[in-house]
Design a protein around this ligand. Structure first.
Ligand SMILES: [Zn+2]
Length: 119
């Protein structure tokens, strides 16, 4: 990537290595497979929830219960907050935009929402 600011990258984008074709999420600086730095991005579309959990005991400034899930978008797996507890394993999911996990913290985390059948 050029001199852009990776912090401004949308949460619904994954990365693809120009050298080996690996696809991944999170690490914005180099390929986890070949350590290549020629990296492109692409928008994650529709994924499938493969695991989920609900954390009841959270810090004071984090929502409780906090619904978390692992979703698969093609080759990419990622962990994200779920928009609500109404998402089940096997459901189709999509990004619902960035969400501030803690009040007052600049960092945002991706949040997934269920795609209703028939949409
Ligand atoms: Zn690579």
């Amino acid at each position: 990537m050029g001199g852009g600011r990776p912090d401004e990258l949308a949460v619904d984008r994954a990365f693809v290595c120009d050298d080996c074709g690996a696809e991944w999420y999170y690490d914005r600086h180099r390929c986890p497979d070949c350590s290549g730095r020629a990296i492109g991005t692409y928008e994650l579309g529709e994924g499938v929830l493969v695991a989920r959990t609900t954390v009841e005991m959270t810090p004071p400034d984090v929502r409780s219960p906090n619904h978390l899930g692992i979703a698969r978008f093609g080759e990419v797996r990622l962990t994200a907050q779920l928009a609500d507890g109404d998402v089940s394993v096997g459901d189709r999911v999509a990004f619902a935009g960035a969400h501030r996990l803690r009040e007052g913290r600049d960092e945002t985390d991706p949040r997934l929402t269920r795609i209703a059948d028939g949409e």
